[in-house]
Design a protein around this ligand. Structure first.
Ligand SMILES: *Cc1c(COP(=O)(O)O)cnc(C)c1O
Length: 355
């Protein structure tokens, strides 16, 4: 049985991306070789990385002056690269979850960090809104989608200073005004590719203003000047990323994807809100359309494990919630079809009727 894959990351990819990657593993671009065994400097692979960067620019309407990079180290390395390259004296951060917290921890190694607001005391069930972004900070860092807690910032914030965003788990789920950001980054394993590559959109003019020496590999300028080819980039995940990007374009681009994502999330939230058994954990106005977090109401709490087992008999996998929230998390990334969301909704209803 084909499974309904709700894992939070690594996570579902389109059949198009997986099939084309499988083909290229066998034979890539008529070279008579597998993509696993060709030079990253071959003209065939150069064409792949160039096309992938161009497709990111096209899909997100990236303005002039920005570079699209494909780096190693995951989003977690960006937690350190961002302040290394951009933090002169002080940076502002919004604390909306575990990943935001990790970014804050790294930034503190490089200078003063002003955490403008935090929803930690409420177990990150909402996105703080009442705060002032210090105009004298070098940048304002946000995490647009909080993968673990199921909250999301979907509207472009109003910031007096350039922003930096960790968009690991919701990039390509909406149009973005890239011009408001110095850096946008994301680990690929949620909405783009298998693990191993990090997408970075970097504003060239934001670089070169710090006094500290930056190790070559951690300096964005190295990768900007070499088109992500200073060292061997993660060839295979970049190939898959290109397939995903092509599929996104075929699907109608990020506006269309947002429409589909919203419809999927709305259907699932409606089922949760209409249930006597399940309840959402995030406040409704900040609910993520990528990661839907819910638990069982106290009177049904002991049935949580049973529901996961029941769901698995329907081919549903990956719905166990993160340990810091408990219950369930259904990740509805771009490649997730509505039909799988409907299978989950039906399973919830059937389980509820049985109890
Ligand atoms: C998964 C995730 C990360 C961590 O990404 P790695 O590539 O594993 O370092 C960081 N931020 C967010 C929002 C995530 O969802």
């Amino acid at each position: 049985m084909k499974k309904h894959n709700f894992y939070a990351g690594p996570s579902i990819l389109s059949e198009y991306a997986i099939n084309n990657t499988a083909e290229a593993v066998k034979e890539f671009a008529g070279t008579g070789l597998s993509i696993l065994e060709i030079s990253h400097r071959s003209k065939e692979f150069s064409a792949v990385i160039e096309e992938a960067a161009n497709m990111v620019k096209e899909l997100l309407e990236v303005p002039e002056g920005y570079h699209v990079l494909f780096l190693g180290g995951g989003a977690s390395l960006q937690f350190c690269m961002v302040p290394y390259n951009l933090l002169k004296t002080k940076a502002a951060y919004l604390d909306t979850g575990t990943w935001a917290n990790k970014a804050i921890k790294e930034a503190r190694l490089f200078g003063e960090v002003d955490v403008v607001a935090s929803s930690k005391d409420a177990n990150y069930t909402f996105i703080p809104k009442d705060y002032t972004i210090p105009a004298d900070a070098d940048y304002f860092h946000i995490t647009t989608n909080n993968t673990i807690y199921g909250t999301e910032i979907r509207k472009e914030l109003d910031s007096p200073i350039p922003m930096v965003a960790d968009m690991s788990s919701d990039i390509f789920s909406r149009p973005v005004d890239v011009s408001k950001y110095d850096i946008i980054y994301g680990g690929a394993q949620k909405n783009l590719a298998p693990a191993g590559v990090t997408l970075v959109i970097a504003k060239e003019s934001a670089m070169g203003h710090v006094d500290r020496a930056i190790p070559t590999m951690l300096d964005y300028r190295t990768h900007i000047s070499k088109g992500s080819m200073f060292n061997t980039p993660p060839v295979l995940p970049i190939y898959t990323a290109l397939q995903t990007l092509k599929w996104y374009k075929e699907m109608g681009g990020v506006k269309k994807l947002e429409e589909l994502d919203k419809a999927k999330a709305a259907a699932l939230y409606e089922a949760i809100d209409g249930s006597k058994m399940f309840v959402g954990t995030a406040v409704p106005e900040d609910r993520s359309i990528m990661n839907v977090c819910f638990v069982m109401k106290p009177e049904y709490k002991e049935l949580e494990k049973d529901f996961i087992d029941f769901a698995s008999t329907k081919g549903i996998v990956g719905i166990k919630g993160h340990r810091s929230v408990g219950g369930f998390r259904a990740s509805l990334y771009n490649a997730m079809p509505m039909s799988s969301v409907q299978v989950l909704i039906d399973a919830m209803k059937e389980f509820e009727n049985n109890h």
